[in-house]
Design a protein around this ligand. Structure first.
Ligand code: ZN
Ligand code: ZN
Length: 91
């Protein structure tokens, strides 16, 4: 895997974990949200998570906590809607 492939895989994993990457002015994922010395990496605009992508294995990227909260609220709303619909058919 060359560097570009590794970086693309890293960002894909970040998105798969639910994060919303902060973008730079060109609309690309900003790789310098974290920046210091040899360290740099992206951040999430939803949960505020950020890290150095060189120090963090992509397998160790945490789930986005913000998406979880939103999703839980959506799931609950969906369930309640379904309960209403089912309730209308139950005598
Ligand atoms: Zn996040
Ligand atoms: Zn680092």
């Amino acid at each position: 895997m060359d560097f570009d492939q590794w970086r693309a895989a890293w960002f894909a994993t970040m998105r798969a974990k639910g994060h919303t990457p902060i973008l730079d002015s060109d609309g690309d994922i900003d790789q310098f949200v974290v920046s210091g010395g040899y360290h740099n990496g992206p951040g999430c605009s939803a949960c505020g998570w950020e890290c150095c992508m060189h120090c963090t294995d992509m397998e160790r990227i945490p789930d986005c906590t913000q998406v979880r909260a939103d999703q839980a609220a959506r799931d609950k709303a969906e369930r309640e809607k379904l309960t209403d619909i089912i309730g209308a058919f139950v005598p």
